[in-house]
Design a protein around this ligand. Structure first.
Ligand code: BGC
Length: 948
């Protein structure tokens, strides 16, 4: 049927969600907030009213709101009675537009509550009756129980979790598709359970449940420098409660209890860092099916454990999300095979193999090669080695269960016969979040940089936000996610995932009198001192979630934690309002810091600390205002003003210089609004630009300055300088790793040195998202898509073309629907296209047009007009031109630098230093200047020709 042309103007409600979930199954919130999008082609569409209705499974109404006059469509408060444990209902929504048009009822979404109270659990944790040797990895126990179901099953749910990792099976079949469940939370405070619909896996008559447990985060080795075992406990245990509803309406409950049996199986050892050792000869066929003889199995004991700590997940589970085939399989001189997947990733290998019984295959993993062999030094104390012993049957398929590795390469030893590419796959695993944001532009290297950011997020969003996925850390380092959270919230729907992590942060912080651990969950035996930019995650991450998702609930939930952090720092700083004590990470991994002293940055850690103190105090004040806490709002904003004053007094000269004359210091001062007077800001911006220019447009910031530097340059009126930093390909820069073949973001600007060797420092991961925080600038400034109001209720569409790009495009599934901003320059004209989702509005700043924005409502728009990229035609350059003028001309500068590097590499640095002198003057300092001068002269002349 063809619809009449105006039909799509009629609104329809789509993407109905409860909290952050499309399928709200086993949800932990008794009052889940509801969100929806409206699809319509009508322009300027604004919601005038909504109606919500709830039904039970039999279609009986459980309530309706009637027509509610409201434009709210994101995180609308639950309008009905709170859900009871395990309650199931369906909800649907319809809306009215301000144009009077009404939608049909939406497709209903079903919502099913999990176990909402501790006393819903009659199951108890059970653990094998034997005691393991707690000093080293132990075989994984199998636990099982048979049970009889007396009738046909209408519905069945398995609620399950473990102290350790688990995989559950019913009647010989795996339950669900999650891996590494129940994930990692601060187990002392919170442990997630999972809910599975297992209706189709049960039958009338005999059934069996089986559970395999692994050491995982619970008792496996964790932490750098050798780490510790048994951080949360020595005994693995499972908690399982199977609720069965028969077709006659009666029900049955099977729980983990003393009747379960336990034995060891084929997993001889497993560790997240070290890998898994699996002997297929020790498999117990049929162990999780009924009728298996478990007479010789041991019994189990129940473990006391506070069930009030159980919580339902708020984020997506970890799943296998992609399989990669090798791009190359080769043979090493040692005779072992080397497999290259062409992409640095996180997960493990899957083998398909046949060979003699007892043959042992060893798999070692690494992110990089050095002299053709795996570079394993960066892994530190992580063995990253899996072994599989064949059972000797026709074809065996295997992958590990209770480990993960960060790798691009794998070395395979002991493979029977020739290893073919078909026999091996890389299984990519991470929290299976919904992708929401995309970016692309006309520069292939920048696109690859962006792709690398996406891959680093995938690799490090494995249940918690980690620093890196390969070495003996993989910890929830607070500073890393603090700087990366704006990027994360654009690329994927990170709200539920980060809300869970923040709940752990708050729980652990409360235990530490307001101090935030370096990483969450905290595994340190002793408390740490507060560290700026790291501990500030307590304030900044909730604020980012509020900005990007419009979620005031997260501010309410975290407010005490946010405030406690600032109160703690106010105490440390004292009346002087300067945080200049303690141990700080500062502008971690500033490229000017020596490889073995990553904290020795050019910007003093005190400047970083006091700047963050001001920023966090300001944001706690703003959060208080959002929450209607006026007294707190005034108090924290006054505190912030005092800190800014002290900062200015102590660290800023009257001429607008900072006491650390380094880009990070200026970027902090500008972006954290620490300079009250316009005149100071102008001069600080000018100085920042000078420093960046003197650095030859190489990056010179670490974790703290990197997310700010491009914005700071734009705010200083120098977007082209930001583009020069972005487009720089020499080391250090964002694109240097890309030119070296990087497929993820590196921890260091030079994790791989220009000569292809691995950086000798300790911090040499090839998969750290922190320095990828620039992607947020790509989205907001290059693509031009930013939130003007929390949750993108109002968009700021303000693309700033530059850097020689002819096209860029950002698109984002905002809480209100898909938004897009794209620009293309061709034949002297620019075309800007935008999409503004229904029920939102936007301010559009067209490149090269009036400074005043166009205010528009929802819909799709396009503008085309004559446009000349803002290129000032540089004056012809010669040997007598001032150095600054040469640095300013990207082509000339590159030509000059190439020659100087080839001729006299040590000399290259001098070109970035002094100002006010000519190229000739500086080259004359060279022992043999003549030949160099004549080459440079030709190069400058040539670069002038190409330009004109
Ligand atoms: C981690 C970082 C972390 C840092 C703290 C490192 O070992 O990998 O990313 O933030 O320590 O200084």
């Amino acid at each position: 049927m063809t619809l009449p042309p105006s039909a799509s103007d009629i609104p329809s409600v789509v993407r109905l969600r409860a909290e952050y979930q499309n399928a709200a199954f086993g949800i932990g919130a008794a009052r889940p907030r509801l969100s929806w999008n409206t699809a319509t082609t009508a322009k300027n569409w604004v919601q005038a009213a909504y109606e919500i209705e709830a039904h039970d499974a039999a279609g009986r109404s459980l309530g309706q709101t009637g027509r509610v006059a409201s434009d709210q469509s994101v995180l609308v408060p639950w309008p009905f009675a709170p859900l009871a444990s395990r309650q199931r209902l369906a909800v649907r929504v319809r809306v009215w537009g301000s144009d009077g048009q009404q939608s049909d009822w939406s497709e209903p979404i079903s919502i099913e509550a999990g176990q909402l109270a501790a006393d819903d659990w009659t199951a108890r944790f059970v653990t094998p009756a034997w005691r393991d040797d707690p000093s080293r990895p132990q075989p994984s126990p199998l636990l099982r129980r048979e049970f009889e179901l007396r009738a046909d099953v209408r519905r069945a749910r398995l609620y399950i979790t473990a102290l350790g990792l688990y995989e559950a099976q019913l009647n010989g079949q795996r339950v669900g598709d999650q891996v590494l469940a129940p994930g990692w939370t601060s187990y002392h405070h919170r442990l997630r359970y999972q809910t599975f619909d297992v209706t189709s896996q049960l039958r009338r008559g005999p059934n069996a449940i089986g559970v395999i447990l692994g050491d995982g985060w619970f008792r496996g080795r964790l932490g750098y420098g050798g780490g510790r075992h048994n951080i949360y406990g020595e005994r693995l245990a499972v908690l399982a409660q199977l609720e069965v509803e028969y077709s006659d309406g009666t029900s049955e409950r099977i729980v983990s209890d003393p009747a379960w049996r336990a034995a060891t199986g084929p997993i001889l050892a497993s560790g997240l860092y070290d890998g898994e050792t699996y002997d297929a000869r020790l498999e117990r066929p049929g162990w999780s099916a009924p009728g298996y003889d478990d007479q010789d199995w041991a019994g189990v004991e129940t473990l006391d454990w506070d069930l009030a700590r159980l919580v339902a997940p708020t984020g997506a589970p970890v799943r296998r999300t992609q399989l990669l085939a090798p791009v190359a399989v080769s043979r090493l001189p040692s005779g072992r095979a080397l497999v290259d997947f062409g992409q640095n990733l996180v997960g493990w290998l899957r083998l398909t193999v046949s060979g003699p019984r007892g043959q042992v295959i060893t798999l070692r993993h690494a992110e990089a090669l050095e002299q053709g062999e795996l570079a394993i030094r960066p892994l530190r104390y992580a063995r990253a080695t899996d072994t599989y012993t064949l059972r000797g049957q026709a074809v065996e398929e295997w992958e590990p269960r209770f480990t993960f590795h960060g790798f691009r390469y794998a070395e395979v030893d002991g493979w029977p016969g020739e290893l073919t590419p078909q026999a091996i796959r890389a299984v990519v695993c991470h929290s299976d979040l919904e992708r929401t944001g995309w970016f692309e532009c006309s520069n292939a290297l920048v696109n690859r940089l962006h792709e690398n950011v996406v891959w680093s997020m995938r690799g490090n969003f494995l249940d918690i936000p980690t620093d890196c996925p390969q070495r003996d850390e993989r910890l929830g380092w607070t500073g890393d996610i603090q700087v990366f959270s704006p990027t994360a919230c654009y690329l994927y729907d990170s709200a539920g995932f980060l809300a869970s992590w923040l709940a752990d942060l708050a729980a652990e912080q409360a235990e530490a009198n307001g101090n935030v651990p370096f990483f969450v969950p905290n595994i340190m035996a002793h408390p740490n001192l507060p560290a700026a930019a790291w501990g500030d995650a307590a304030v900044l991450v909730p604020w980012v979630l509020y900005q990007r998702y419009g979620d005031t609930g997260i501010l309410a939930a975290q407010f005490d934690s946010m405030r406690a952090w600032v109160d703690l720092i106010a105490g440390v700083a004292g009346e002087r309002r300067l945080w200049d004590t303690g141990i700080q990470f500062g502008d971690w991994l500033d490229p000017d810091a020596p490889p073995d002293k990553p904290g020795k940055a050019r910007t003093s850690p005190q400047i970083v600390a006091t700047a963050y103190f001001a920023r966090s105090a300001e944001l706690v004040g703003q959060a208080a205002r959002v929450l209607g806490k006026e007294a707190e709002a005034a108090a924290y904003q006054a505190l912030a003003a005092e800190v800014r004053d002290s900062f200015g007094h102590e660290y800023v000269t009257r001429g607008g210089r900072l006491m650390s004359d380094a880009p990070t210091a200026y970027a902090l001062a500008l972006e954290f609004a620490l300079l009250p007077e316009a005149d100071l800001r102008q001069r600080a911006g000018q100085r920042l630009l000078e420093l960046v220019r003197q650095g030859g447009y190489h990056i010179s910031t670490g974790f703290v300055g990197t997310p700010l530097i491009c914005d700071a340059l734009c705010h200083a009126g120098a977007p082209e300088a930001a583009y020069r930093l972005l487009m720089q390909r020499e080391c250090p820069s964002w694109l240097y790793p890309v030119t070296m073949g990087a497929t993820t973001i590196w921890e260091r600007w030079d994790s791989l040195l220009p000569d292809g060797s691995v950086n000798p420092g300790e911090m040499t991961s090839f998969n750290h998202y922190a320095l990828g925080a620039v992607a947020d600038w790509l989205h907001r400034v290059v693509g031009g898509l930013a939130p003007a109001e929390p949750g993108y209720r109002r968009l700021e569409l303000r693309p700033r073309p530059g850097g020689g790009l002819t096209h860029a495009e950002a698109s984002l599934r905002t809480p209100y629907g898909l938004a897009r901003c794209s620009w293309t320059i061709a034949a002297g004209a620019i075309t800007v296209e935008v999409t503004v989702p229904p029920n939102t509005a936007a301010d559009v700043y067209l490149p090269g047009q009036a400074a005043e924005p166009l205010a528009i409502g929802s819909g799709q728009y396009q503008w085309s007009y004559p446009y000349q990229p803002n290129h000032v035609q540089p004056a012809p350059l010669s040997l007598d031109s001032a150095l600054e003028a040469i640095v300013e001309d990207a082509d000339a500068y590159e030509a000059v630098m190439q020659i100087i590097r080839r001729h006299n590499p040590e000399f290259a640095d001098r070109l970035n230093g002094p100002t006010g002198i000519s190229l000739r003057q500086i080259v004359m300092l060279n022992p043999q200047p003549d030949e160099l001068l004549s080459r440079l002269e030709t190069a400058l002349a040539n670069s002038g020709k190409t330009r004109s």
